[in-house]
Design a protein around this ligand. Sequence first.
Ligand code: NAI
Ligand SMILES: O=C(O)C1=N[C@H](C(=O)O)C[C@H](O)C1
Length: 272
Amino acid sequence: MAELPGIVVTGASGRMGQMLIETIRASEKARLVGVVERAGHDWIGQDIGAAMGGAELGVRVTDDPLEAFANAQAVIDFTAPEATLEFAALAAQARAVHVIGTTGMTDAQIADLGPAARHCPQIRAGNMSLGVNLLVQLTRQVAAALDADFDIEVIEVHHNKKVDAPSGTALMLGEAAAEGRGQNLADISDRGRDGITGARKRGDIGFTAIRGGDIVGEHDVLFAGEGERIVLRHMATDRAIFARGALKAAIWGQDQGPGQYDMVDVLGLSAR
Ligand SMILES: NC(=O)C1=CN([C@@H]2O[C@H](COP(=O)(O)OP(=O)(O)OC[C@H]3O[C@@H](n4cnc5c(N)ncnc54)[C@H](O)[C@@H]3O)[C@@H](O)[C@H]2O)C=CC1
Ligand SMILES: O=C(O)C1=N[C@H](C(=O)O)C[C@H](O)C1
């Protein structure tokens, strides 16, 4: 019987890193073979299970990603944009599937991921949950069915530690709405209103970001017309939904050639 795919988790001490480690540990379809944290972190050298406050898992936290990736079939990476760029090059070198959940990347940083994907499958999504990826499709359909008499606003709500805005999910939803209208989001995006902004521009897609407490992640797409409103909503109450999606992507990626993929590919959702 073929050995289960060996997976490395980067950003091991993070909110998502720990959730991913738990998810892989509990899975019968993959093995945890490495965990990476940034140099200088307290957990470097410790057993990851013990560092997380539980039983030892026999995997030590390292700050050497190249060494960790060398023996892995997949890398699951929910860290920060600069780190993800470094990991993309190293995953390519190791020919390991690179699953990228990191958000807040600039367009230039996203373009810089391209060369690495010539050597390994690279699966990236601002949200790895089934529910949000379905909501993206619904948003595209509703936007295509309505004209610009309906103002579109994407409202996202997250915990007070989140460092990027709009969220990666909000951008996915905004892009889907723009596609539904046959437009580029960059041309009609309205972000960061403050002061005398003037009336809302017809056809724009607005973004609102709310931060507070321990909220895992909530996204509304509001279609506001004269005398009626439609709201499409996703509410995440458990980070496990993102970890399960990422693990599914890492396993799915074992059968793919080099290239760039997203969760629509992984989940086999209907054509765009
Ligand atoms: N695509 C998705 O479904 C989801 C994406 N995210 C995104 O994942 C990212 C991480 O989110 P959280 O876990 O909440 O953040 P966090 O701040 O709790 O964790 C990030 C971890 O990455 C580590 N890190 C940073 N630079 C590193 C480096 N060079 N080498 C190794 N480790 C490094 C940090 O030390 C930290 O432990 C964010 O961009 C967030 O938006 C979060 C949830 C779901
Ligand atoms: O940082 C988070 O927590 C989340 N980030 C992702 C995003 O930016 O959309 C996904 C999820 O909403 C949680």
